[in-house]
Design a protein around this ligand. Structure first.
Ligand code: K7E
Ligand code: CUA
Ligand code: CA
Length: 598
């Protein structure tokens, strides 16, 4: 087969593989069950009752708009962190007028499509401060504070359609980068001719998420990563054809891996070599004095972009090509022909999407079409040794991302790998036509991979990152610090603040609110400030006001404030929504709404 015929064949397989295997598994069960190694497989992922997992796993929440938190190796679902969706259970963005509601509503719709959780780094290792996640659908990025597992910042990124790949710039999180995947008219307006389209890679302040600058890159920016020394931002690029249809987007045999020279970009900004577009400083890399952008050809329509833990190589993972393109980072700005920076193109299998690492010189690539994880040795592939494939393991089914423990840091633990499979088919009890996703936990500590266990999740964790519990658990706070607006014990009261407004101050502690009742007039704007004055862990209270659509969860030490208009006459009970004590059901009080004019 000529190479272009082979690529076409792979493209066809990618499209039909899912349909082709769907019918094969009626009756369920059998296919996914791991071979038992005399009970040792069960032991390898068993965590006794009351003991903690060794790792936190942060899985992207996909179409839920959130982040899922699991424990590894048990695969226990612990909680989720709402980001781009309201969640009454956590008092997050569900009451109009609250800070979390305004943060979400002011940047776009009350839903999102999250793909890539990433963690803050200091010295190339996770520091346990922050986690970021993208909303592909609405050009947003959010920052979560890991001391409370709460979303603190959401920002819409200008000049971006489809915020897809995100990454931190290692080793010290100098920027968070975000890719604009879909090409469109950056300055605005509408241009039916796609020649006017482009996309940018955005460089954000990690804390505020404000855009520091953007770099225009040809093609569709897909997945990104950074070198380990802060020098380079990488991204795979597909659709260099500038096509509008699938057929047009796969016409050429090659696309590229883009490498942005960050210090060169910073110097271009300092020299004024940018155009301000929609509030962002945008660099056109064809118009800078210094070279800012390098485009290295890789086989057509690549997907994953991954840098090895030692910082030597960046890999573009094939998707339509059965290969991984290995690029020597130190050669990028040294060679005349960018092709000379490519040091290996190992053939790994059909539909390779993402690559991860164990820190012992091995790469693990997910194969969507083959439904496998393939383990291969990087230096053997670079040396041209044909025995670079070390092992293959079947996964169930059609794997997207795969991540090994701490693989994105400079010190992977090489212990577990999670395959994030797109289809679960026969793996779990049927629950209607919509089945969960299936994550599989694989032991990678030995030469051969060992399938340990699987656990379902809501759709759709694209990607995951892991932290050692010993690095994060001690940093998580159990009781919030009191804020300036906290209501102190004995200070619960109602104040009339105007002819049509009242402010109610309440404390909450087992098993009472500070006021048993308060009375307002119909049409009053009611502002309620509630402080949970508990000082011990895991003693949350809630405040729900029946038939008024108000519900807030309040953690120990936390103060929540919300407002509504008391438009209905009558008695309305407010009650605690978190089961806090034997008298939880009695933890309630009355709001009396009287007619405005008696
Ligand atoms: Cu491969 Cu959005 Cu990371 Cu999904 S992307 S798989
Ligand atoms: Cu307080 Cu239930
Ligand atoms: Ca292409």
């Amino acid at each position: 087969m000529t190479s272009s015929k082979r690529f076409f064949a792979v493209a066809v397989v990618l499209t039909v593989a899912v349909a082709g295997t769907l019918g094969a598994c009626a009756g369920g069960g059998g296919q996914g069950q791991a071979e038992d190694g005399g009970g040792s497989l069960a032991e390898a992922s068993y965590v006794p009752v009351g003991e903690w997992d060794k790792y936190y796993a942060f899985l992207s929440g996909g179409q839920s708009g959130s982040v899922f938190v699991y424990g590894l190796p048990s695969g226990r679902y612990i909680r989720s962190i709402p980001v781009f969706e309201p969640r009454a259970g956590y008092g997050y963005a569900n009451n109009p007028g609250t800070d979390t509601y305004e943060m979400l509503a002011s940047t776009g719709p009350m839903w999102g499509d999250t793909h890539h959780p990433i963690l803050s780094e200091t010295g190339g290792d996770y520091d346990g401060r922050w986690l970021w996640i993208n909303d592909k659908a609405n050009a947003r990025v959010a920052r979560i504070d890991l001391s409370t597992f709460e979303t603190k910042v959401i920002r819409r990124i200008p000049n971006i359609e489809a915020a897809h790949g995100i990454a931190v710039i290692s080793p010290d999180t100098s920027y968070v980068i975000v890719n604009g995947e879909f090409r469109h008219e950056i300055p605005g307006g509408v241009a039916p001719n796609p020649d006017a389209y482009s996309s940018v890679m955005g460089f954000l302040d990690p804390e505020t998420l404000e855009v520091q600058f953007e770099v225009q890159v040809p093609g569709n920016l897909d997945i990104n990563d950074s070198s380990k020394d802060g020098r380079w931002a990488f991204s795979t690029v597909y659709n260099l054809e500038g096509g509008l249809t699938v057929e047009q987007m796969i016409r050429l045999d090659e696309d590229a891996l883009a490498a942005v020279d960050i210090p060169a970009a910073e110097r271009a900004i300092a020299a004024g070599e940018f155009t301000e577009i929609n509030g962002a400083k945008v660099i056109d890399p064809t118009a800078t004095t210094e070279k800012v952008l390098y485009m290295i050809p890789v086989a057509k329509n690549p997907h994953g972009a991954d840098v090895t833990p030692d910082g030597k190589y960046v890999m573009g993972t094939g998707k339509l090509s059965p290969t991984v393109t290995v690029i020597d980072i130190s050669l990028i700005d040294q060679v005349d022909n960018p092709r000379e920076a490519i040091v290996a193109e190992p053939d790994v299998g059909l539909g390779p999407l993402h690559t991860t690492f164990d820190g012992r010189g091995n790469a693990y690539t997910s194969l969507f079409v083959d439904s496998q994880i393939v383990k291969w040795n990087i230096e053997k592939a670079v040396a041209g040794d044909p025995t670079y494939i070390v092992d293959r393991i079947d996964v169930h089914y059609n794997v997207g991302h795969t991540q090994a423990t701490l693989a994105e840091t400079m010190h992977p633990t090489g212990e577990y790998l999670v395959a994030l499979n797109k289809l679960s088919k026969d793996m779990f009890l049927p629950v209607g036509p919509t089945m969960p996703e299936n994550q599989e936990l694989i032991d990678i500590s030995g030469e051969k991979m060992r399938m340990l266990s699987s656990f379902p999740s809501e759709p759709e964790p694209h990607d995951a990152v892991f932290m050692l519990a010993s690095d994060l658990a001690p940093k998580v706070i159990q009781v919030e610090e009191l804020t300036a607006n906290a209501v102190a014990e004995g200070e619960s009261r109602m104040e009339r603040t105007g002819p049509n407004s009242v402010h109610v101050y309440l404390t909450a502690i087992r098993s009472k609110y500070g006021l048993n009742e308060f009375t307002v007039k119909q049409g009053d704007e009611v502002t309620i400030t509630v402080t949970n004055i508990e000082t011990i862990r895991d003693m949350s209270h809630g405040f729900a006001l029946d038939n008024y659509g108000v519900n807030a969860a309040i953690d120990p030490g936390q103060t929540r404030e919300f407002s509504f208009v008391a438009d209905k006459i009558g008695t309305y009970w407010y009650y605690c929504t978190w089961f806090c004590s034997a008298l939880h059901l009695e933890m309630r009080g009355r709001m009396l709404v009287e007619p405005a004019r008696p």
